[in-house]
Ligand binder design. Sequence first.
Ligand SMILES: Cc1ncc(C[n+]2csc(CCOP(=O)(O)OP(=O)(O)O)c2C)c(N)n1
Ligand SMILES: [Mg+2]
Length: 357
Amino acid sequence: MKTAAQFSVPYFQFLDARGELAEPPPGLALNALIPVYRTMAFTRAFDARAVALQRTGQLRTFPSSLGEEAATVGLASVMRAEDVLLPTYRETGAFLWRGVTPVEIFLYWAGDERGSCVAGPREDFPISVPIASHCGHATGVAAAFQHRKQARVAVCVVGDGATSKGDFYEAVNLAGIWRLPVVFVVINNGWAISVPAARQTACATFAQKAIAGGIPGVQADGNDAVAVRHVVGQAIERARSGDGPTVVELLSYRLTDHTTADDARRYRSAEEVSAAWAEEPLVRLRKLLAREGLWAKADEEALIADNQARLEAAVAEYLATPPQPLTSIVDYLYAELPAELVAQRAELAAREGGHHG
Ligand SMILES: Cc1ncc(C[n+]2csc(CCOP(=O)(O)OP(=O)(O)O)c2C)c(N)n1
Ligand SMILES: [Mg+2]
């Protein structure tokens, strides 16, 4: 017997849970981690404020990214402005890094269409709530970049659960055949609502789902901002230089409920969650920066105060934003409205008039 083919999935961790940087990646610029830390901390503060708004009836729903800040901010921090992000709903840290404003994010979770029409990264895709449906869009975006000979990369983020969808496999397969400039980032946060990652796949890793597409799969500690930036950065630059796609799996943990409509205590133990807290990403990065003399107590205090002020200003602006007209429900679906929606739109407009009149 001969071996027809052999594969392996590399794993990267540089910064461990205690904040020790064993062997840094070549060329690591520690200074570059300061803005990453700042955005991670703001993301966490934003998250707590968004949940509080929802709990007091001032936001419709919210999917927390508590514990996933190194993954979301880290992946965005190694993209170029002209690259395109195709996100799910849990990448608040990436949105903030890319220049989506807190007010726009609040509006989105209030069900306001203006939350999908952001002023900053205009070509980034809106949040995909349908699981994995944006994987095919990512290959389309990447094919457009390739066709136009643009040195741009599509970055498609999915969860562990999303990798069970046909959309994901189809996109990975096509990306491999066409050597598309796309990176699929799988944030494995341990759970897909109440389904644990161990029941999502029989594979040892989600990264190895790349192999059937003929492309590399790599895994990293997604709570280590240094590793996230290293593996996603390498995959993006590989794609940019014409060497094709990669699947990157980032190991993290969803430290709270799936969304504000969930109660995670019903399907997982308190022990599991408290063990995961010991691995969370923010403290270990702060420890590293403090040890390197790049972050002092006064910096932390100033950051907390800045974050609170920025958030309260955003909340005030969000709450003062007048709602859109009822017709916005149908206005952004089609370039030209089908006849039945024309009728419904007229009804909505009449109701709106009645409401105000
Ligand atoms: C096509 C589709 N099927 C089902 C759902 C319902 N749903 C919402 S989130 C979710 C789990 C997703 O898990 P994962 O991909 O791991 O992402 P996470 O929420 O953990 O970030 C499901 C099944 C959906 N939104 N879209
Ligand atoms: Mg998940």
